[in-house]
Unconditional design. Structure first.
Length: 113
């Protein structure tokens, strides 16, 4: 399988994950504004590394009251998740092939609310 590269991968390919996290924080602030608060963390482990984004504060609810324990998003939450994922994907590459259980990424990522 051929690798797919994000729009900002080439410009950041020599950066460490902590430096990429700083750029992601800047992008989130520019995209969402000051009323949104995020936690952006990096982790390294034997199988790779991850960059995790947790939305701490938002101006409107991001999960529906009914589905809070099931993780159902409001329309705003779904859109925010999509935008955050696109920011993370811009710095990443993916050459994974799930059909043969082969994973090849620059970093794994998780978004939570």
């Amino acid at each position: 399988m051929e690798r797919r590269y994000g729009d900002r991968y080439e410009a950041t390919k020599d950066l460490r994950l902590k430096e990429i996290a700083k750029l992601v924080r800047k992008d989130l602030k520019a995209e969402f504004g000051p009323e949104w608060k995020f936690s952006v963390r990096t982790r390294s482990y034997a199988g790779g590394q991850s960059l995790d984004v947790d939305v701490k504060t938002a101006p409107t609810p991001l999960r529906s009251k009914w589905g809070e324990e099931n993780g159902f998003y409001t329309e705003t939450g779904a859109k925010a998740n999509e935008v955050i994922r696109s920011i993370l994907d811009a710095y990443n590459y993916d050459g994974s092939d799930i059909m043969i259980d082969y994973f090849d990424v620059r970093f794994y990522s998780h978004v939570s609310f």
